[in-house]
Write a protein that binds this ligand. Structure first.
Ligand SMILES: Cc1cc2nc3c(=O)[nH]c(=O)nc-3n(C[C@H](O)[C@H](O)[C@H](O)COP(=O)(O)OP(=O)(O)OC[C@H]3O[C@@H](n4cnc5c(N)ncnc54)[C@H](O)[C@@H]3O)c2cc1C
Length: 483
């Protein structure tokens, strides 16, 4: 039996404990140590569609069950508002039957050429509608992190040891962790340590990890979070990400409240300026004032290797990229899936460790690139936006040129490695006005057999348009499930 010690019982520690225990069952003993005096970060409430895999395969419950028993709501995408002043675009998930991963040429190409593109596959607009059998499609969830954590805890408490104790000293030779000295439990050893201790990376930090800063391309390093009660009448089925003078604001519907927050960079904006702009938004949009004085400070970037020796860092202790694409919990689940996929025997093998570290790097790289794309607005109306426009990443510059001069098709995005499909990139590029119908026409004319490609795209586009808008409001769905 392999003994795992997990340091931390935030979302990372709980998800890791569940996935390890459910994967290796009697072959592992899992202990989770946490400091009950320390508050978990717990502001992240919007997820990606990977959460379905965790809920079904590891928690062993259906999404309907989770919605029935907690304040969870269904998320079909993110609505990006005012990234180009006065405009909105939607980044939604594909649906089964219209999953475009296998299609070389997207129906969007046809629609864009003909001026009939309306923002994506089935979920292309910000509404409160949820497809009737949403759980058969691709969807994500808005969760109350605290409640979700308690739900996971209850689900695994008979299989995992939870110990409220403080790690005071880490014994490490710089290559492996030998033991952790806890305040009450004394010295604890293990075959494998998971660092889920949050921003301080308590375990990994003792193994001399190399940090990869992303400050140059994504300088946001602060967030002010505030919850706002609201009337549960028209629950949106999307997360709102609204651009502001100094950054952007999230608004996430969970139960009877919105989680909201202002993300900005201390390089260009003082806390007072951010608070003032946030307060104005809260008053204009939700009729409340800013009441919190909480500010979350973070270091944007990630460790080049999150698995060193017998210790793997996950979640915040492995890095943090601003939450524009709701990727915090996504990263945790994906890191654990990589670990599970590459360590069937749990033998300590260098090759497997390298594989996981490479995949982790790709995971972070894609998230950084995709988030950078949303900042390709050419805005210059504040110090912050001027900086973003003058300091585009190499990826954004090249992608922008490719969109303006040609088009993006499936084989241009390496979906075998990457999470988002080509349609996500198209939705974002269209929303930020990167496409040029004449350039697409010219591009299509240079393809082999353009007529039959266009005909296939036209047929698929028709099918998608027919299926659009079907479903019921989130509230009706909610009542139906709760009955
Ligand atoms: C501004 C912001 C917005 C976010 N938005 C989203 C979002 O929309 N969607 C999303 O998916 N994610 C989001 N996230 C990320 C998400 O909040 C985190 O990924 C998630 O909460 C996981 O945190 P964690 O468990 O890694 O760390 P934490 O929640 O910080 O947990 C750390 C744990 O380690 C324990 N610990 C630390 N030191 C010790 C010690 N010495 N001894 C014992 N125990 C110790 C603590 O007690 C705690 O249990 C956001 C994060 C931020 C900062």
């Amino acid at each position: 039996m392999k003994r795992f010690v997990i340091l931390g019982a935030g979302s990372s520690g709980l998800i890791a404990a569940t996935m390890i225990k459910r994967r290796w069952k009697d072959k592992v003993h899992v202990s989770v140590y946490y400091d009950s005096r320390k508050k978990n970060i717990g502001v992240g409430e919007s997820t990606t569609n990977i959460v379905d895999q965790f809920v079904r395969d590891y928690l062993g419950v259906t999404p309907e069950q989770l919605i029935r028993e907690t304040d969870t709501t269904v998320k079909l995408g993110i609505n990006f508002k005012n990234w180009i002043e006065g405009t909105e675009y939607f980044h939604g998930f594909s649906e089964v039957g219209f999953d475009l991963e296998d299609e070389e040429y997207s129906p969007s190409m046809y629609a864009l050429m003909n001026g009939t593109y309306d923002g994506g596959v089935l979920h292309s607009k910000a509404t409160d509608i949820v497809p009737n059998f949403f759980f058969e499609y691709e969807y994500a969830l808005h969760i109350n992190t605290k409640e979700f954590g308690e739900y996971i805890w209850k689900n695994i408490e008979n299989e995992v040891d939870f110990i409220d104790d403080i790690a005071e000293e880490i014994n490490s030779d710089g290559k492996n962790i030998q033991s952790i000295k806890f305040k009450n439990s004394g010295e604890v050893t293990a075959d494998f340590f998971i660092d889920a201790s949050g921003f301080n990376s308590v375990l990994l930090e003792t193994l001399n990890p190399e940090w990869h800063s992303i400050l140059d391309v994504l300088p946001m390093d602060r967030a002010i979070p505030q919850q706002v009660l609201y009337n549960f009448e028209e629950v949106p089925s999307y997360t709102l990400a609204e651009a502001r003078k100094h950054g952007w604001i999230w608004r996430i519907p969970v139960g009877n409240r919105f989680g909201t927050g202002y993300v900005y960079s201390s390089r260009f904006t003082t806390d007072e300026e951010a608070r003032e702009d946030y307060n104005a938004w809260l008053e204009d949009n939700l009729g409340v004032s800013l009441e919190t004085d909480r500010i979350i400070e973070y270091k944007p970037g990630y460790y080049k290797k999150s698995w060193i020796g017998n210790c793997m860092a996950i979640g915040l202790s492995s890095g943090f990229v601003e939450p524009l694409e709701s990727t915090g919990i996504h990263i945790i689940i994906q890191q654990m899936l990589h670990f599970i996929e590459h360590n069937a025997t749990l033998k300590d093998l260098e090759y497997n460790r390298n594989q996981c570290n490479n995949l982790n790097k790709i995971l972070y790289e894609e998230i950084v690139e995709f988030i950078c794309l949303h900042y390709n607005t050419n805005r210059t109306d504040s110090k912050f936006w001027k900086h973003m426009t003058e300091n585009k990443s190499d990826f954004v510059r090249a992608f922008d040129e490719k969109c303006r001069e040609e088009f993006i098709q499936a084989s241009n995005i390496d979906v075998s490695k990457y999470f988002w499909t080509v349609d996500s990139y198209i939705q974002c590029a269209h929303g930020l006005e990167m496409f040029n119908p004449d350039a697409i026409k010219e591009y299509v004319s240079c393809l082999d057999d353009p007529d039959s490609i266009l005909e296939d795209c036209r047929l698929l586009d028709m099918e998608i348009k027919k299926a659009k808008g079907q479903g019921r409001s989130q509230k009706q769905m909610f009542n139906f499930i709760k009955q």
